[in-house]
Ligand binder design. Structure first.
Ligand SMILES: Nc1ncnc2c1ncn2[C@@H]1O[C@H](COP(=O)(O)OP(=O)(O)O)[C@@H](O)[C@H]1O
Ligand SMILES: [Mg+2]
Length: 299
């Protein structure tokens, strides 16, 4: 005889207070965007911080969560790696961390940044596995004073592991940006990342091709270092949108090492490309939101 499981229903039982807090907090984040890829070193973090800076430059309130627990570098790329994280005692006695901010000397709306990089020193490896990584991500979402945000951008480590699963299960993502480079090898893995986002029913999935081409510093012509059009082909094959390409810009690496996103160097080709991408993304998200809101009264 099969034994039936008891069906006692006590309200509040079994709910995780941290998950409840993430639920409440994200109501104040208008658009939640994941930046991911199949591979490392394709420029996810570069894309995440530059999109953040472009959106902030347009006057938006932006938060960036570095979900790369093992290799956090967003804080450095946004020039706040030396900042101290303060905590505030909440009414219920808990402490919440206050994300360090950068307004690039008053030039743009401040960007709030939270990263594991603030909590462990640079040369100390984080040797955590699954459950601890999951807990850390949840705390970076739910135990931080994020406040009202127009955009919450989440930068992931390469692949489709615990970090992305945790976020997809706790945050209602509006968009996933999959970053790739043009060459074929990168594309196989990128296809997996795109498919995961489709399976997780993220409403808007788009591909950005980074290091699309190099502008020759001598003649100004475009050089296709890694081939051409891979990102676009991938987007077409998977039936998702191709948001655009970013050139290789030698200044982009220097800029990110210096903690100033390249998009703030307005005269560079990469900056123009990032501003254009950010503009397209906002347009698309607003279009989708309007459609969703138009549908809501009927249901
Ligand atoms: N468009 C670009 N032009 C020049 N350098 C780039 C560009 N995109 C990324 N980089 C450099 O490549 C390296 C890897 O980028 P990163 O964003 O850390 O990749 P990921 O987060 O995917 O591992 C960094 O040193 C970064 O500055
Ligand atoms: Mg990265």
């Amino acid at each position: 005889m099969a034994i039936k499981a008891p069906t006692v229903n006590i309200s509040g039982l079994g709910t995780d207070p941290l998950e409840e807090r993430i639920k409440t907090k994200q109501e104040k984040w208008k658009y939640k965007i994941a930046v991911l890829s199949g591979k490392g070193g394709v420029g996810k973090s570069t894309v995440a911080v530059n999109l953040a800076a472009a959106l902030a430059k347009m006057g938006n309130h932006v938060g960036v969560l570095d979900a790369d627990i093992h290799g956090p570098n967003v804080a450095k790329m946004l020039g706040v790696d030396k900042a101290e994280v303060l905590a505030e005692r909440m009414e219920d006695g808990r402490f919440e961390m206050i994300p360090p901010m950068n307004d690039f000397l008053g030039q743009i709306t401040p960007i709030k940044v939270m990263s594991m990089g603030f909590l462990v020193s640079e040369d100390q490896p984080v040797i955590w596995r699954g459950p601890l990584v999951t807990k850390a991500i949840k705390q970076l979402l739910g135990d931080v004073k994020w406040g009202e945000l127009d955009f919450m951008i989440i930068d992931f480590p390469p692949g489709t592991g615990d970090e992305i699963l945790t976020v997809v299960q706790t945050v209602k993502l509006d968009a996933a940006i999959v970053v790739t480079t043009p060459q074929e090898v990168a594309l196989l893995d990128t296809g997996k990342a795109v498919n995961m986002m489709k399976e997780m029913e993220v409403p808007y999935v788009a591909v950005i091709e980074n290091m699309s081409y190099l502008i020759c510093p001598y003649c100004g012509n475009e050089i296709d270092v890694f081939g051409k059009g891979g990102g676009k082909k991938l987007a077409e094959k998977e039936g998702v949108e191709f948001l655009g390409g970013i050139p290789i810009d030698l200044k982009a690496r220097e800029a990110s090492d210096a903690g100033i996103p390249i998009v703030l160097y307005g005269d560079t080709v990469a900056a123009k490309a990032f501003m254009e991408l950010a503009g397209k993304l906002v347009e698309k998200l607003e279009e989708l939101k309007a459609k969703e809101e138009a549908k809501e009264p009927e249901s």
